[in-house]
Design a protein around this ligand. Structure first.
Ligand code: 73E
Length: 836
């Protein structure tokens, strides 16, 4: 080595520990540099949005350092990694999260103050990243936060949609949808990786070639599309470990169809190219429903094809023996959406790596695990065979082969039982043959899990009992969780201070089991006073937000009753609004003396309906029409307000959840797989009024039913109740009849608008709203009664918060890591992560 080279190397080595500094001056200089050199604006005069951007870029710089260090460390140590494959990541905002997780809140706060900005105001400048519909997408993001915090070597993979979840407007009470082109102002949180690109094929044909080691299959022709990687660094809390979410964006492939060009069809050739960019254009806005569109299947395949190229490339850097693959790689399927990835890995092993069928299948099933999130029949994915045959001809051949061998196993277990074959088959026979993606996912995975204890029971015993009989050890439960960083520490600073003070530590941020110690102080009047005032502060913050967004003034001494989630018949926002109507009619009829005993309420709704879900949109209209009448009725002014907050998203949830006194989790028993907002509310000391459904059951076990308002039909009673309804044996509660009558008489606007809603109840009340109605009113009466004894209420609120350890996504991720993935933490060896 020539001396000059040596010298160069040593300088590089010295620079290796030369990280960005986190003192105020360094942060300020970073912000000003980015305003000037990244945004190309003058650093002597810039607005809040530029200040946000400049700050975001300085945070990004620090994230990149940690990201590089972490990934280099993982490469060196080569631990087994987990890849979380999800078509949705509902990330929300990133600035506050990154600053808190890196432990730089105070530094950024004072650095910005001297530049003339409040850090907290800058958070508001950021647009939410809404690449998801609801619970399933937000769960993926909470899991990513916990994986990084627990130092697990994990990557998320997903799609970089140009249009995220639509923006909801409310006009004349109706939902409108505006496309969410969230990247207009740029996205400081992503790193474009033009050096990471893969080619993905669609359509084409399969040719069989004779060869000495058996026949080979070549998938050729068709259309080629490029996948480009975009990375979002995910900082763990109080650690250098920084994981990654890699999102794929589709771009035209460079290969150009010369025939079309020479034929003088230049413009149409360009158009054909442009179409490939459509693949990652838009997030499908359906929660809990399957839409059998070809473009959606294209998204799914594009996603897994690029992802597997990437995973395999990384594996091959260190390994040449394919038998090691499942020892180094675990892949988790977030619902069936990425299930075609099972077939894609199998295809690569067989057609590209020339591994024998049985060995290849072993590798596949040891690698994959599948999480089921819903048992609603309308959400189960079943792609027509004809569609797959056309789009992915080789995959369809392999699915038939996989199914053939699987059915041999079925006949071994149940010889001659055609019924079992038919019900278990991956292919559903009929006029149109279909591929049951859930069956494919179960057959191709070593583990299948549900997302709450009750849901996992239903998955095992009600939905897939024959699979469970065939493979009893494959089925597990992994109750969902949410991250206390975002949902307590960031969303509720007042509560965080209380926890820090009374627990004498902030360890709860990563060890939520600490919060149980709060129970010792349950009767301490000082704690009760502090608890009240924090709730009051949060309610005032929400009241300001409501005033700003809806123009409605609400009384912050009222009970805040909150129902926020996707609008869906099974979630029964209808039950809530019918109850509100009853409450309104009751107040109207009361004497002034009786009114003095009425508990004032602010009923808050928020949530989006899928654009094509006509009934759900009608429910939104009903809620808004009822709100309009009630909010303009002077007589009930002090007692009742109804608010529909438009465009519900993660950042709005962060304002609503800490301000709620009760929250509604009132799905028909057996329909909500888990629910996750129930966990966020409980952490924030809001009491649940709810059915024994999903994770509510486990929350009741931890918190105690006496500290919640549980009502309604149980899961095992649902079938009987439906039968009763079909037999027309249901007697409609007289209070509900009065509500119906008022809707029909036009109290809330032209009755014909709401006729389809009432008809749906009268002719087929599938979600049993009418049978649960009286029980719901009773539960609401209990709420009112308890509210009148404020100290008793506050104690229950404290008990709720202090019983939430189990619902931390840290607990969930530990369970997945130990019981499904078999991975271990891999802590980056480094100096203090804050690096002064
Ligand atoms: O109960 C929730 C659950 O808490 C469930 O409805 C939701 O997943 C949450 C997280 O486990 C869910 N979303 C979907 N299926 N289940 C879904 C289905 C198709 C498209 C988009 C989302």
């Amino acid at each position: 080595v020539p001396p000059t080279e040596k010298k160069k190397g040593s300088k590089l080595f010295a620079l290796k520990t030369d990280f960005l500094k986190n003192d105020e001056d360094s942060i300020q200089k970073g912000i000003l540099d980015h305003v000037e050199y990244t945004l190309a604006r003058t650093k002597y005069n810039f607005d809040s949005f530029s200040a946000y951007q400049g700050s975001a870029y300085t945070v990004r710089d620090r994230l990149i350092e940690r990201w590089n260090e972490t990934q280099q460390y993982y490469t060196e140590k080569d631990p087994k990694r987990v890849y979380y494959l999800s078509m949705e990541f509902l990330m929300g905002r990133s600035l506050q999260n990154a600053i808190y997780n890196m432990g730089l809140k105070d530094e950024y706060h004072s650095a910005l103050l001297e530049l003339g900005f409040e850090l907290e105001d800058l958070y508001e400048e950021e647009k939410d990243a809404a690449l998801g519909n609801g619970g399933l997408g937000r769960l993926a993001s909470c899991f990513m936060d916990s994986l990084a915090t627990l130092k697990y070597p994990a990557w998320g993979y997903g799609l970089r949609y140009n249009y995220g979840m639509f923006e909801q407007g409310i006009y004349d009470g109706y939902q409108t949808e505006v496309p969410d082109y969230w990247l207009v102002a740029g996205n400081p949180w992503e790193i474009e990786r033009l050096d990471v690109q893969y080619t993905v094929r669609f359509y084409g044909h399969v040719t069989e070639r004779k060869s000495s080691e058996g026949n080979k299959f070549d998938w050729e022709g068709g259309e080629l599309v490029q996948a480009i990687a975009y990375d979002a660094p995910i900082p763990g809390y109080a650690t250098t470990n920084t994981n990654n979410i890699r999102l794929w964006s589709s771009k035209p492939h460079k290969e150009f169809d010369l025939d079309a060009f020479n034929g003088g069809n230049y413009l149409s050739a360009v158009e054909a190219k442009q179409r490939s960019e459509n693949i990652t254009s838009v997030l499908y806005p359906n929660d809990n429903t399957y839409s059998g569109k070809e473009l959606r299947l294209k998204q799914q395949y594009f996603f897994v094809a690029a992802t597997l190229c990437d995973i395999i490339r990384r594996f091959k850097k260190n390994h040449s023996n394919w038998a090691d693959f499942p020892n180094k790689v675990a892949i988790q399927l977030n619902d069936t959406h990425p299930t075609i990835g099972i077939v894609e890995l199998f295809r690569k092993l067989i057609d590209e790596e020339h591994i024998q069928w049985d060995e290849a299948w072993q590798i596949v099933t040891k690698t994959y695990a599948y999480t089921n999130h819903t048992i609603l029949p309308e959400a189960l994915e079943m792609w027509p065979v004809s569609l797959i045959e056309n789009l992915l001809p080789r995959h369809m051949q392999l699915i038939y082969g996989i199914n053939h061998r699987f059915l041999l196993q079925v006949t071994q277990k149940w010889p001659g039982d055609i019924g079992k074959m038919r019900s278990l088959s991956i292919i559903q026979e009929g006029d149109e043959k279909k591929v049951r993606m859930a069956h494919l996912a179960i057959v191709g995975s070593h583990c299948v899990n549900g997302v709450a204890a009750m849901h996992s029971e239903l998955v095992r015993n009600a939905v897939f009992p024959d699979f469970a009989a065939l493979w009893p050890n494959k089925f597990q439960n992994k109750t969902n969780g949410v991250t206390p960083r975002r949902w307590i520490q960031q969303a509720n600073p007042g509560l965080s201070s209380i926890l820090n003070k009374w627990l004498k530590t902030d360890k709860w941020v990563t060890q939520l089991e600490c919060v149980k110690d709060l129970k010792q102080h349950i009767n301490n009047p000082e704690l009760i006073e502090e608890w009240k005032s924090v709730k009051q502060f949060n309610k005032e913050r929400l009241a300001d937000f409501i005033h700003k967004t809806c123009g409605i003034q609400v009384n912050t001494n009222a009970l805040f009753d909150v129902h926020i989630k996707r609008i869906h018949e099974y979630k029964r926002q209808l039950l809530n609004i019918l109850g509100v109507i009853y409450r309104y009619l009751s107040i109207k009829k009361m004497s002034p003396k009786d009114r003095a005993n009425v508990v004032s309420r602010v009923v808050v709704f928020a949530g989006k309906a899928a654009p094509g879900y006509v009934m759900a949109k009608r429910h939104i209209k009903l809620i808004n029409s009822v709100a309009e009448v009630i909010n303009n009725d002077k007589e009930v002014d002090q007692y009742l307000k109804v608010v529909f907050i438009p465009n519900y998203n993660v950042s709005i949830a962060q304002v609503i959840v800490p301000a709620s006194d009760i929250n509604q989790q009132i799905s028909t028993a057996g329909t909500e797989a888990s629910g996750t907002s129930n966990m966020k509310f409980t952490m924030n000391g809001s009491l649940i009024i709810g059915t024994l459904d999903g994770a509510n059951v486990e929350i009741a076990e931890e918190v105690g039913q006496e500290n919640m308002f549980i009502f309604g039909l149980r899961t095992h009673e649902i079938a009987g109740a439906r039968e009763k309804m079909r037999q027309k044996e249901v007697v409609i509660d007289s209070r509900l009849q009065e509500v119906f009558l008022n809707i029909e008489l036009g109290t809330f606007g032209p009755p014909e608008i709401f006729k389809p809603i009432l008809d749906s109840l009268m002719y087929n009340d599938f979600y049993l709203t009418m049978q649960d109605f009286p029980l719901y009113l009773d539960a609401q009466a209990e709420v009112d009664a308890l509210w009148k004894t404020q100290d008793a209420w506050i104690r229950k609120s404290i008990i709720n918060t202090s019983s939430t350890y189990f619902f931390s996504s840290d607990r969930a991720m530990k369970e997945y890591a130990e019981e499904i993935w078999n991975i271990e933490p891999c802590e980056v060896e480094t100096s203090d992560y804050r690096r002064y």
